[in-house]
Design a protein around this ligand. Sequence first.
Ligand code: C2E
Ligand code: MG
Ligand code: MG
Length: 753
Amino acid sequence: MKRSTAAAAVLVIAASALIVLAYGFFRPEIAVVTLIIYVSTVIGLGLIALVISKLYLVNRSSVGADDFISIGEELNTEIVVWSDDFSYIYMNRQLRKLLGIADADKNDHLKLKNALVKAFGGEGLDTSVFDEITAGGTHETSFQNADGRQISIAWSTSIVKKRRKSSVYLSNGFNLTDLKKMKTSLASANDFFNSAMNLAEIGFIMSTDKKKYAASPEAVRMLGLSTGNVDLKAFRSLIDPSSRIQFDVAINSPPDSAGDVRSVELQIRSADGMYHWYSFRYKSIRATKNTPPLFGGALMDITQEHEKDLLIERLAYIDEVTEIANRNKLMDVGRETYETCHLLSCSYWIIVLDIDRFHIINDTCGYNNGNSILRDFAHILYKFVTPGGLAARISGDNFALLLRDLGDDDLPARTARSIQEEFAKLAVNDFSVINLSCSAGYSKMPEDGDSFLEVMEHAEFALKSASSTVGSISGYVPRMHDSIIGTAELEKSLALAIDNNELQLFYQPKINLSTGRIMGVEALIRWIKPDGTIITPDEFVPVAESSHLIGRISEFVLSEGCRQNKLWQTMGFPEIVMSINFTSSDFYQADLRDKVFEALAKSKLSPEWLEVELTETLALSDIDFAVSQMNKLRELGVKLAMDDFGTGYSSLSYLQILPITLLKLDRSFITDIQHDNIAYEIVAAVIRIAKSKKIETIAEGIENPGQEKILRDAGCDFGQGYLYGKPMPPDKLEEFFVKNAEKTAGKRSDGRK
Ligand code: C2E
Ligand code: MG
Ligand code: MG
């Protein structure tokens, strides 16, 4: 550039000199002057040019080649400026270092050229790489550096100067070596991660919107998915219907639960086409400024563990006799279901069922037959289980059915009726004489209680509050508790009533079925309010039992019963047995014998005319103590009767152990005895067995002559019921004595005319 400018200047000067000389030739007179002017003009112009050029160079020096080179030396990127005839090569320090060129050799042209071929991915003197490098775009090359490390550089080349013979280029390198290493290690980390998940057999599913799910390779493998992208519907369809509700709970758990890790066990159809058990541990991660919300979790096949668990569960949660769930299982499932109801705003029914008079069936038909009835009942219940529900045996003859509510309020009653119908059909072959029936109580959750236990207790409460004892179906209604709410009030006024002598004994006659003669009375307590209202014991005895008041009531009954009986004897009425009722709390008093002894002594009643009625449940609490208390009373000479026989859980075997003298058949058998074969069979069997043990029998609740006849024919000794007389005050009983004496006067003492 400088040379061409100088040549041009020389040419201009030479041409102008020739013109000046030619002018001097034609005008010799002014030739010398012209030459002087010319020479001085050339010198002047030269000086100006020099000054300008100096000035110009001074201005340009801020971006001069030297500066460019020194900047290039400091840059942390690889730079090479080269001409394609290789007459000029400048490499910056970064590139030289990479290629192993010492600073001393930075101008060694040959070394630089060989190094450049290498840097551009060529070998030896292969210059074809330069054509590729200059072809435009970015070119990735790789080579070994001086330390033997594989280096990768992306070159971007641009032309700096285009010349006819050779052009100058600037190649700017971007070192990819570290990036590539990072990428490789990331890829291997990913591989490592996938292999680890594969070894551990843990799959993942994740979703940002809970609609579309990304499944990890291991999840794809485990579930046999065709792709790693599945939508909710497709995923849900793989889940066993019985597990779907748990899955729904999982994905619908509120976003507040972000951070919580929950887990659920699901049965999911897997690659082998079978349902496997998976533990799904899941959580939600809230959205951040840069990331969307994330929901998902890890899936682990726990089929084997589950099978083991099933075995353990079988032992812990399956009822041995019926092979359906037991009470523990019901409580666990019930608690979970209760939670589910809250989470998913759904509801469930719990129906509690009781086989009517099962203990009697057990006693009369035998233990094995009893078990077989329990099993058959369980199978019937099982048929009514719908997804998410459960059938369980809670205890003895009590069962429960958990049913999903589908908005049909009649469902529990209808189901209970269907169960009753199915159950009644079982009364064939061995059980043809039995009327198989069951009663049911039901409640709804979550509305009928603050916990599953409470909801279930309310269903049981409904079952017990049903008026009819056989085949009742009763739904829980909160007002059933009204009577309980009034308990505290009742307790207070009962205490006052005792102080004010408002309690009185009524007496119900007991008749010798052979002679028709009165043989005794049962003292039944009444609370007669000052306004004349009579309150029956069913209304206040349970309240008295749950407080200390029962002790005072029993003391009154004992002393008044003895006093009245002695009075009748002294009045000349026939000698009869006075029966009084004791509750278990009375019976378990350590000084029971002393109290009875005192009452007899005080009234001067001979002990043979006093009988104590006890219920079966009483003997159940502590059989040894019960027997010892009974023996103490027997030693006094007092009689002992087993009341309401057949309503508790006792078995006939108690008759072997308990020192009782009389067995009172519960009214419920007598009510049905004319139409119900099983009731008759039971009564007849019990009478036979009692006779063989020298225990007398009395039937409660005889209301018509038909019942009386059957009982008499079956060998029952005594009868009590409205047929003879309702419980009545003492003066009415005195009238009864008289009438009874008249009526039976003509009869022989053995009952025959
Ligand atoms: P319980 O000892 O089984 O008494 C028999 C109940 O059956 C009596 O009811 C009696 O009135 C009723 N009954 C008798 N014959 C018939 C009949 O033919 N048809 C019908 N429908 N009912 C009949 P009550 O007097 O209401 O007594 C109910 C229960 O209260 C008694 O059952 C007994 O468990 C308890 N109780 C009564 N008095 C006392 C008492 O002084 N002390 C204690 N601890 N409990 C008592
Ligand atoms: Mg009684
Ligand atoms: Mg009774």
